[in-house]
Structure formats: C-alpha cells, structure tokens
Design a binder for this molecule. Structure first.
Ligand code: HEM
Length: 408
C-alpha cells in the first residue's frame, strides 16, 4: 500500500510527499515502523478529536518504551520507566492537572519575560564567539555555534544551573534524545538513556539544597515554593520535572531556531519580507513551527478497546498522532506546501493540543523571537554555504549542521 513506505533515512529527510499520501489515505492505518507497530493518525481534525478523547486515551505510556524490547532486557531497563513516569508529559489526569497547576507558576508570561534580557545577552555572546571563530571566512555553523547552544543556556539559566556544567549536560541530553526521538531505538541506545536519566536526576538532587537554603528567581526556587492547598511537589517529582524541562526545552527549541533559518534561506522572498518588517518575526516563527516542525509526532496508548474513526483498536495499542502531516493538511491550510511568513490563522499542532499542550511554548517563542531579531539585525546578509542534511532523529526534526555565510 502506498502509505506504508518504510520510515528510513530517505523518509526522514523528506517526509512531506509521504504525508500527502497519508492525508489522502485512510484516517487511521497500521504502520510497523513505529514502536514495533502502531496506529497512525495523520489528519488535523482527527488528531484534535483524539487528543480530546481522554476517556479512551492515556499518556501513561512509559511501559511501552521498555516493553518494545525483548523480555530479557526488561529488568535491566526498568528504571527508564520509573524515571520517565514522573515527567508531567507522562501523567494522566487527575494527577496531571494538579501537577500542571503547580508547574504553571514557573511559566507565566511574567516569568518568561523576566528572562528575556538574559536571553538577549546569551544570544549576543554566542554570536560574538561565532564571529570570532569564523575569522575572515565569514562562515559559521548556525546549529553548532548558536541554535544548539542558546536553548540549553536559557533553560539552564531558568533552572539556575551554572554555565560551566553545560558540556556535561549536552552529552546526557543527546543520549536521551537518541532514545526518545527514535521510533525504533536499540538496546544500547536505551542503556545510555537510562544512565543519562540517572546522572541528570543526581545532578538536580545535589543542586536543590542550596536553592532551598537561598531561594532565587529561578524555576527550582519557584517550584520549591509552589503549593496548592498545602500540597507541593515531592523531592523526586521536582528533580524529574527539572530533567524534563532541560530535555523538553533544549532539542526542540534548537531545532526550531535552525529550521526557521533554513526555511528563510530556501525562500528568499520570505526572508526579504521579514527583513523589511521585523514585526513579521512572530508569524514567521509560527510558520516555521508549522512548515518544518521540530516535533513531528507524539503518541498515546488506547485506554480500552474502542472504535477509532471506524477502526477497532485494542487496549494498550500505540496511537501515533503525526503533527508534521497535520500541519500540511490541505483541509486546514491553504496551499500547505508554501512557506508564508504572514500566514494567518496558523493553527499548527507543533506544540501539541489539549490538556497536555506544551507548557514551554511561550518560552520557545520568546527565544526564537530574540534569536531572529538579533540574527537579522546583526547580519544584513545571510547566505547558505552548503546544502544541509537532516538528522536521522525523526520525531525531533532538525539539521545536522547549517553552514552559512554572514556579513556583519
Ligand atoms: C519549539 C520548541 C518546543 C516544541 C515544538 C515543544 C513541543 C511540545 C509538545 C508537542 C508537547 C506535547 C507532547 C504530547 O502531547 O505528548 C510538549 C509538552 C511539554 N513541553 Fe514543550 N516544546 C517546545 C519547547 C519547550 C520548552 C522550551 C519547555 C520548557 C522549558 C517545554 C516544556 C514542556 C512541558 C513541561 C510539556 C508537558 C506539558 C504537559 O504534559 O502538560 N517545551 N511540548
């Protein structure tokens, strides 16, 4: 069947023609390449309907991450489930609502805006260093020198983590992304992810007492103080959310920044429109989120046997909602393959939908806004130095590198 092409490197490099076929095909279909076999839901309206259907779906899906491996590995990898089961994204209501209300205190527009000057400072510093490094060549790698570094420094600043610890984090976070971003990870990848989760948790365990003794305006201090009806986060919940924020805020936002630049470079008329009017930066960022979304899909488990758009599914089945496809659904987006920096409205699903919609969307938007006002102001000319390659991580769509010529 036309929609059952394997999810291999070629697919990941350019999933869009396949998405088009998925959108024209059945509303739900089985694909063997997601988690060893899962139901795929590509259409925009269906994804919204499914993510609303809390009677039938569950996000407490960590068991499925370990059970995808042969039984002899389950005991060894079990801790992955234990760590991830505490992440907000893997908790169902009513516990989810209670936890999210506490965590929201760390993501109000006031808190997000209070970090804007720091983000600006980090962006300038990174670009100064990138220029220094490029010497006379005028060439930088936007991924390595900027996009990959900015979000982790921002989320670390939000958490109050010292800058010098970043190199250590980056390796751990890469190990986690290889596991969580991969539709079919190997056992070796899972082992590394388990070690990374352990290392990150212990890191926050060691950091927290100082915040408790001397609170600041960082997320850890805000979350330590957060409580409702006398109930706050437990210590383990707190460390787990810190690891989650670091992870959730890093790879995705890095990819947003680099993917947006690649869009602008491929569509020079759109770059010119933004350059002519910086007020278009926010809608350009939304369009980049839609067009080359840094989160291509997420998934849920069927809570019970039920009828999914005419397809019977069984309790425990994996249901994959493909935001990348929905974002090109012609039923919702006119001329969906056109990158249009003024597109309005733009109801892309890249931050998810419903109860578990991204809590960090405001932070990511602010970072991208600062990144682009700074990049376009400082570099009146930006040109592609080499056609970039997409990474092999399907879920978190991003570029291996983005070498550009800049004129300061
Ligand atoms: C461009 C950047 C980002 C993208 C595309 C993105 C995307 C998403 C998506 C799709 C979800 C929902 C997942 C699901 O339903 O299974 C989500 C959840 C979440 N994201 Fe983001 N995210 C981004 C940046 C951030 C940042 C910067 C933070 C925090 C610093 C963050 C924190 C969260 C949290 C806490 C949740 C869980 C919400 C919940 O379960 O209630 N994200 N994100």
């Amino acid at each position: 069947m036309a929609h059952l092409v394997p999810i291999d490197k070629d697919f990941i490099a350019n999933p869009y023609p396949h998405y088009q076929r998925w959108l024209e095909g059945p509303r739900v279909f089985w694909h063997p390449d997601f988690f060893g076999g899962a139901w795929v839901i590509p259409r925009h309206a269906d994804i919204i309907a499914l993510l609303r259907d809390l009677e039938n779906i569950s996000t407490e899906k960590t068991g499925s991450l370990v059970s995808q491996f042969p039984p002899e590995y389950h005991e060894e990898l079990r801790d992955i489930d234990l760590y991830l089961a505490r992440w907000l994204a893997f908790i169902d209501p009513p516990k989810h609502n209670q936890l999210r209300r506490l965590l929201r205190k760390g993501f109000t527009p006031q808190v997000v805006n209070s970090f804007r000057p720091r983000v600006q400072q980090i962006a300038e510093e990174l670009l100064d260093k990138a220029l220094e490094r490029s010497g006379d060549s005028g060439e930088i790698d936007l991924v390595r020198d900027f996009a990959y570094k900015l979000p982790v420094r921002v989320v670390s600043a939000m958490l109050g983590v010292p800058d010098e610890d970043h190199p250590m984090f980056m390796d751990w976070m890469d190990d986690l992304a290889m596991f969580l971003g991969n539709a079919n990870p190997t056992v070796e990848v899972a082992r590394k992810a388990k070690q990374a989760l352990y290392n990150l948790t212990e890191y926050f365990r060691a950091l927290t007492p100082a915040r408790r003794a001397q609170p600041g305006n960082d997320l850890i201090s805000i979350l330590l103080a957060a409580e409702e009806d006398g109930v706050g986060l437990t210590e383990e919940e707190l460390y787990a959310q810190c690891v989650f924020f670091l992870f959730a805020g890093h790879e995705t936002t890095s990819n947003l920044i680099a993917n947006a630049m690649y869009c602008l470079l491929r569509f020079p008329e759109e770059m010119a429109r933004v350059r002519a009017d910086f007020r278009l930066i926010p809608s350009m960022v939304e369009e980049a989120l839609r067009y080359e979304g840094p989160m291509q899909y997420t998934f849920r488990l069927a809570r019970r046997d039920f009828d999914l758009f005419g397809q019977p599914v069984r309790k425990g089945d994996v249901l994959v909602v493909v935001f990348g496809a929905a974002n090109r659904d012609p039923r919702v987006f006119e001329d969906p393959d056109r990158f249009d920096v003024t597109r309005h409205p733009n109801p892309h699903l890249t931050f998810g939908y419903g109860l578990q919609k991204c809590l960090g969307a405001g932070t990511a938007r602010m970072e991208a806004d600062v990144a682009y006002t700074t990049l376009l102001r400082r570099f009146p000319r930006i040109e592609l130095a080499e056609t970039p390659q997409w990474t092999d991580v399907y879920r978190f769509r991003g570029l291996k590198s983005l070498r550009i010529h800049i004129t300061a």
